[in-house]
Design a protein around this ligand. Structure first.
Ligand code: IMP
Length: 172
């Protein structure tokens, strides 16, 4: 496996993101809601939450993924919904990677309908060269080329999520 970002590099970047996010919500007394997009964001979410030293709650949803394919169908469905009502809440969605941008667009539309006080997105990774719309996360860990990556929560057909680093998957 070709290591793109080591565990140490990721930890350093997650610490920085946590600090920027904490600063952004400074002055807001009520708990913010971290929304993890299952399953790819679970490792990032767990680490990031521990670098946001302020009151927060966590909730999760899942969107239809690629299944076992490595290309997006473009049609995204909400598969598992949040447990809590987010009306009037400050919501931060935690994504693993923004690729075509279809998932982010769908989540933005669905969650905005619920009238949150604010809605922001943070993604560990971004593949801007693959974007099919104008979506962008508010905070990004790393910007990468058009590579299929695994590890630190990201999978290839369900596997490799437990790698402690982000690596490039080769399919030969
Ligand atoms: P989008 O809707 O095309 O932006 O894709 C979002 C989802 O596709 C991500 O949340 C990932 O689950 C998956 N995905 C996109 N690129 C990769 C990759 O390189 N490795 C693993 N999963 C990926």
């Amino acid at each position: 496996m070709n290591v793109l970002y080591s565990a140490d590099q990721i930890a350093a970047r997650v610490t920085e993101l946590g600090a920027e996010i904490t600063e952004h919500y400074h002055g807001i007394d009520e708990p913010i809601v971290l929304v993890g997009v299952l399953r790819g964001s679970y490792v990032f979410m767990a680490d990031l939450a521990r670098h946001i030293p302020r009151p927060l709650e966590v909730d999760f949803l899942s969107a239809s993924s690629y299944g076992d394919a490595t290309v997006s169908s473009g049609e995204v469905k909400l598969k598992t919904d949040l447990r809590e009502d987010i009306a009037g809440r400050h919501v931060l969605v935690v994504e693993d990677i923004v690729d075509t941008g279809h998932t982010l667009a769908k989540l933005r539309a669905v969650l905005m309908e619920r009238n949150p006080a604010s809605l922001k997105f943070v993604s560990l990774l971004d593949k801007p060269s693959r974007r099919e719309n104008s979506e962008r996360a508010d905070w990004l860990g790393f910007t990468i080329d058009d590579l299929f990556v695994v590890g630190y929560g990201l999978d290839a057909a369900g596997l490799d999520r437990n790698l402690p680093y982000v690596g490039v998957k080769s399919f030969d």
